[in-house]
Design a protein around this ligand. Structure first.
Ligand code: G1P
Length: 289
């Protein structure tokens, strides 16, 4: 079995739900407390032993690459002013040289197309996908939970959670086989089915471990839900051919592509930090919370 060492992060989206904030900056650069969404994803992947990253970017997304570079002048100024904490936070954001690559998704043809754009990076290796919009607050980072499940099942794994029936049309949905309450055998996958057609209410959240063969299916460029090349459809082709499981991960997931979800994440992540929690509790009281 090959070790999981690579992650693909699709970040070419236009961020239309956050306009005008995302007119001139990438939505993945929006901060939750004091770190941009993209950095949470990279740190989560690193905690799972992943060492190589491919950002699938688009026009106007150069800040994402800049963010992981070394800001020499800024560091020198902070050192001069003896700002130790600020310096340490910069060091945490810098990448090990040569570990973050980027490719461009030139046209928005869907998530499956974005992953296909990273095919040269993926090669013959298993790889993780993290969608930075999905933020997970967990004791054991969500991707680490998936990586451990991959070692156990030696196949494809997606992180899953139950959603209200009326929301199945927002997610990739599983048709479930054997289910031990944590690991679920995947019998089928449907992208954004209407509630009455959904095979379950178990949805994919933005964390995956996939085998490289999925690329061959994505390369067919078949259009699915919304007229886009869907990752879910490519993955569905692997069912019955390779092991495929869903993992009910432990932790709380926040949809940061949605305004309310993003605000909730701010509060939850701030309350989870010892330096912030007392202050946040204090101001929440003012609003009668
Ligand atoms: C994508 C996937 C979907 C998955 C979701 C998780 O949808 O296509 O299967 O459930 O991410 O966030 P999107 O949110 O890009 O529409």
């Amino acid at each position: 079995m090959k070790q999981l060492r690579k992650a693909v992060l699709p970040v070419a989206g236009l961020g239309t739900r956050f306009l005008p904030a995302t007119k001139a900056i990438a939505k993945e650069m929006l901060p939750v407390v004091d770190k941009p969404l993209i950095q949470y994803s990279i740190e989560e992947a690193r905690a799972a032993g992943i060492e190589q990253f491919c950002l699938v970017t688009g026009r106007g997304k150069t800040a994402l690459i800049e963010h992981f570079d070394i800001a020499f002048e800024l560091e020198a100024t902070l050192r001069e002013r003896n700002k130790k904490e600020a310096l340490a936070s910069l060091k945490q954001a810098a990448a090990v040289p040569g570990t973050i690559l980027s490719v461009r998704q030139q046209e928005p043809h869907g998530l499956g197309h974005a992953i296909w754009c990273a095919r040269a990076f993926i090669g013959d290796d298993p790889f993780a996908i993290l969608l930075p919009d999905d933020l997970v607050l967990a004791e054991t980072p969500c991707m680490k939970q998936l990586a451990e499940a991959y070692e156990q099942t030696r196949g494809n794994i997606v992180a899953v959670s139950e959603v209200p029936r009326e929301h199945t049309n927002r997610y990739g949905i599983l048709k479930i086989g054997r289910d031990d309450g944590r690991l679920v055998e995947v019998k089928g996958l449907v992208e954004k089915p209407a509630p009455e057609q959904a095979p379950s209410n178990l949805s994919i959240i933005g964390r995956y471990v996939l085998m490289p063969e999925v690329i061959d299916h994505l390369a067919q460029m078949e259009r699915g839900s919304g007229g886009e090349v869907q990752l879910t459809d490519g993955m569905a082709r692997l069912i019955g051919v390779q092991p495929f499981h869903g993992l009910r991960f432990e932790g709380r997931r926040f949809d940061c592509g949605d305004k309310l979800g993003f605000l909730e994440a701010q509060i939850a992540f701030a309350l989870n930090r010892p330096d912030m929690a007392p202050g946040v509790r204090g101001f929440l009281k003012k609003y009668g919370v």
